[in-house]
Design a binder for this molecule. Structure first.
Ligand code: ARG
Length: 284
């Protein structure tokens, strides 16, 4: 019996394999829910900032124990959502495409990250001219950039990303306000040709669902229960999959497919509509 027995045949026939990743995070030092720009946010509900910090620190520790590199951008007072670093830039092949936020409350985050990337020595640094919430709405499969729209990122920003980053962009339309960013409804498990993704079909328009079925016939389809705890806000290194602990159905499915799920407690950050992926910007 071969070692891949039990895994499906097809493009992803090999056993899932981890590759080293480079992440950028920002501590939830000034984390709060002071305004509401998505259905998860209730400014009247209490938020425990110390608990949010413990959850974030644990998430960072998980990446480091897996052998990944984590760089930290300092948090700025007055920007309670800055912990969601994934929204601030899309970085591919050394080119940084900086964000332009839809909500005025988050607008200033983009400039802090731009300065951080500039200080880090990035020369190819372009700021988006249209609303562009970066990895919140862009997912790199290794071949194409999947791009969400419907609530935040402007479809014109998809064309701009293609132009700036020089990679093919596939636009997908989100239709459920709870899944306002692409990364709340879809994530990449394995990159490369024959990439594998996980997603929640109901979060997408009928046409986008057909596109996803056509491009990713062996995708892992999440249930409502997995999606509604932000279970699709996962971070995979090709083998280890960090995801919210409540996504138990997804944990079982991924284990059966040969992945190693790493459930984390992200409950405090979820009060702002975020999960592990939102806190994690990847330098591709
Ligand atoms: N409160 C933030 C917002 O609504 C949460 C962002 C979460 N980030 C993400 N990549 N989905 O903008």
């Amino acid at each position: 019996m071969s070692v891949t027995a039990g895994l499906p045949a097809g493009p992803v026939a090999a056993r899932p394999r981890a590759t080293a990743r480079h992440y950028v995070m920002c501590p939830p030092e000034h984390f709060a829910v002071e305004y509401s720009i998505n259905p998860w946010m209730d400014p009247a509900a209490p938020v425990d900032a110390a608990r949010a910090m413990r959850q974030w620190t644990e998430l960072k520790g998980v990446y480091e124990r897996l052998g990944h590199t984590v760089e930290v951008v300092p948090a700025e007072p007055g920007l309670p959502d800055m912990v969601f670093a994934a929204n601030s830039a899309t970085v591919l092949g050394g080119t940084v495409l900086g964000a332009r936020f839809r909500a005025p409350q988050r607008a200033a985050e983009a400039e802090h990250f731009r300065r951080w990337f500039a200080a880090r020595g990035h020369r190819e640094l372009v700021m988006a001219s249209r609303t562009n919430e970066a990895e919140g709405d862009f997912a790199w499969t290794g071949e194409v950039l999947l791009a969400g729209t419907g609530f935040r990122t402007d479809p014109a920003a998809h064309a701009e990303a293609q132009e700036v980053l020089g990679v093919p962009v596939v636009s997908l339309t989100l239709t459920d306000p709870r899944y306002y960013h692409l990364d709340t409804a879809l994530f990449v498990l394995e990159r490369g040709p024959g990439a594998r993704i996980a997603y929640f079909p109901d979060a997408f328009s009928p046409g986008s669902r057909r596109v996803l079925r056509r491009m990713f016939p062996d995708a892992v389809l999440a249930t409502e229960a997995d999606a509604s705890c932000l279970g699709l806000n996962g971070v995979s290194d090709g083998l280890n999959v960090v995801l919210p602990a409540e996504a138990s159905g997804l944990v079982t499915r991924l284990t059966d497919l040969g992945y190693r799920p790493i459930p984390v407690d992200i409950s405090e950050l979820r009060k702002s509509g975020g999960g592990p992926k939102c806190c994690t910007l990847e330098l591709h």
